[in-house]
Design a protein. Structure first.
Ligand code: ACO
Length: 326
């Protein structure tokens, strides 16, 4: 049987770091409020000349180097973003041009903070159906460009960055157990469009012809996030036929330390198994899961053979989870 195996991972963060104290100089907020409510201590913010595509290209190159694969070995690029360089063409095509791997398919996926889960699941399906053999799956964002910097309820929560993985179709022996051997074991995606007004951008090409700003009712989003994530994680674990205790690591979307801890507690997962980067990166939307994964892989926590649960929830609402054996 064919499985989609993670061969490598890479990350890119703009060098400019903005601390909570720096934000408190401009907004009516404080380091204590931000740390206590969110766990965020700092975020990286893109500077002049840095865009979603430049970050995505850097992360993609790092993932290729980590996998030991040349760009000409890539035959699919799926890039998750809600902050593309332009309305069109897809930012994925800019990555493809920079890497020089035309004419492979390259397209963007818009599922906001769940975008990387949607992109990974789409690439997995394309590998399984034989449409590609080796994919770059990228989450890249510059949310700083759609924030209302006068609005303290949202401006303190987000950062910029990109993360990428190389996903390769590999033959796994047919007698390999359903939860043994490397690769994506199972994924589950959801959306519920009825909550549009809780988290959205108030602009766009077909409505205002402006880019717009992020608007959010944080408390309601929080409530939905914990419920939806606990449910999809329970479902995906049951679908794969594993026990919660078998999971080595959870790589969650990094929105808020309280959502991470609340979800882990609901599932009975010890907090030390949850990879946390929200303190350093803040919420980087579609980039947060691959950034956290790349960090935990680079520092040696996530190792070959580990069972890793990825999860995310974001605007739409969209949410999902994937269970992967390294
Ligand atoms: N600094 C100081 N005070 C603030 C700030 C700030 N930056 N922002 C809001 N406040 C004030 C509010 O005005 C309010 O004041 P009031 O009581 O006088 O009206 C008070 O703090 C409490 O506000 P709440 O919104 O109720 O605070 P809450 O504890 O819910 O925390 C937060 C807000 C951090 C946004 C939280 O609701 C949250 O994290 N929600 C999840 C949202 C999220 O992560 N979205 C990302 C995209 S979706 C996802 O990734 C899952």
């Amino acid at each position: 049987m064919i499985r989609s195996v993670i061969r490598g991972a890479g990350a890119a963060l703009p060098p400019r770091v903005v601390t909570n104290e720096e934000l408190a100089d401009r907004l009516e907020t404080s380091n204590d409020w931000i740390v206590e409510r969110t766990g965020i201590r700092q975020r990286h913010i893109a500077g002049e000349g840095e865009t979603t595509s430049t970050l995505a290209i850097e992360a993609a190159r790092a993932a290729l180097a980590d996998a030991g694969i040349d760009a000409d070995g890539i035959d699919l690029i799926v890039l998750a973003t809600a902050t593309p360089d332009n309305t069109f063409p897809a930012t994925a095509t800019k990555v493809q041009a920079a890497l020089g791997c035309a004419p492979c398919p390259a397209f963007d996926i818009a599922a906001v903070c769940s975008g990387f889960l949607y992109a990974m699941s789409t690439a997995d399906a394309m590998l399984a159906s034989g449409q590609a053999k080796c994919a770059l799956v990228i989450g890249a964002e510059t949310f700083s460009r759609i924030l209302d910097w006068e609005d303290r309820t949202t401006a303190v929560l987000f950062g910029d960055g990109a993360g990428a993985i190389v996903l390769e179709a590999q033959e796994v022996a047919d007698d390999t157990g359903p939860t043994q051997g490397p690769g994506i074991l199972t994924s589950q995606l959801h959306a519920d469009g009825s909550h549009h007004d809780l988290l959205y951008v108030d602009g766009g090409p077909s409505t205002t012809q402006t880019v717009g700003h992020l608007r959010m009712k944080g408390r309601e989003v929080f409530r939905h996030a914990v419920v939806n994530l606990a449910q999809v994680l329970t479902d995906v674990v049951a679908k794969a036929g594993v026990e919660i205790g078998e999971i080595d690591w959870v790589v969650p979307h990094q929105a808020n330390i309280r959502i991470l801890e609340g979800t882990a507690k609901k599932l009975g997962l010890p907090p030390e198994k949850v990879i946390v980067t929200v303190d350093r990166h803040a919420n980087t939307s579609a980039a947060s899961v691959p950034l956290a994964f790349a960090a935990a892989r680079a520092d040696g926590r996530i190792k070959p053979g580990d069972l890793v649960l990825f999860e995310a929830m974001g605007g739409g609402f969209t949410w999902g989870a994937s269970l992967v054996r390294m």
